[in-house]
Design a protein around this ligand. Structure first.
Ligand code: GDP
Length: 164
C-alpha cells in the first residue's frame, strides 16, 4: 500500500536508453553525467554487443526502411551501453534530451540536445530511446531479461560481479 501511495504522488516511468557503438569513452562518460544531472535514475546498466539476430528484433518496426541493413551494421559494430532510466515522464524526457534523429535538424530545432552536439550523421547519431512506454517495456524485456546467448555481454555495470 505504501508503495502505491508513493507512486501516486511521484509516478516514475522507465525507458530504455542506448549509447550506440563508436562512442568514445569520454563522450560516454559525459552522457552518463548529463543523464544524472537531468534527474534520471539509472536503474540498470550494462555493456553489450548486439548479435545480428537481436538487433533485427530490437529494430523490427523498421524492417521495411531502406536503411535497415545499414542500421544493423552500425548497431552490431561494437559495444553498446544499455540503460534503464527512470524518472517521471522518462520516455518523453529522454527523447527530448536526445533530439531528432537527424543532427542537422537537431541543430536547428534542439541545439542543446545530445544529437545536435555529438551525432555524426542521421545514421550514427549516438543514442537511442524508446518512443513509448509500451515499447520501453518490450525492449527492456528483450535486452535485460531475455539475453540471447549470441549477444555478448561485456559488463553488467555492477562492480561486485566479475565480468563474464
Ligand atoms: P529514433 O527513434 O529517433 O532513433 O529514429 P527512428 O526510429 O526513425 O530510426 C532509428 C534509427 O535509424 C535512427 O536513430 C538512426 O540511427 C537510423 N535512421 C533513421 N533515419 C535514417 C535515415 O533516413 N537514413 C539512415 N541511414 N539512417 C536512419
Amino acid at each position: 500500500v505504501a508503495e502505491q501511495e508513493i507512486s501516486f504522488f511521484f509516478p516514475t516511468e522507465c525507458t530504455l536508453a542506448v549509447i550506440k557503438p563508436d562512442t568514445s569513452e569520454e563522450l560516454r562518460e559525459e552522457i552518463l553525467v548529463e543523464v544524472g544531472a537531468a534527474g534520471f535514475t539509472i536503474s540498470e546498466q550494462k555493456e553489450m554487443v548486439f548479435s545480428r539476430e537481436m538487433a533485427e528484433e530490437f529494430y523490427k518496426q523498421l524492417t521495411d526502411k531502406p536503411f535497415f541493413n545499414q542500421l544493423l551494421d552500425y548497431m552490431c559494430r561494437g559495444p553498446c551501453t544499455m540503460l534503464i532510466l527512470s524518472k517521471e515522464n522518462a520516455v518523453e524526457e529522454w527523447r527530448t534530451m536526445m533530439g531528432p534523429a537527424d543532427p542537422s535538424k537537431a541543430k536547428e530545432t534542439a541545439p542543446g540536445s545530445l544529437r545536435a552536439r555529438f551525432a555524426k550523421d542521421i545514421l550514427e547519431n549516438i543514442v537511442h530511446g524508446s518512443s513509448s512506454s509500451q515499447h520501453a517495456q518490450e525492449k527492456i524485456q528483450l535486452i535485460f531479461r531475455e539475453i540471447s546467448s549470441e549477444s555478448q555481454v561485456i559488463s553488467t555495470g555492477n562492480d561486485d560481479e566479475p565480468n563474464p
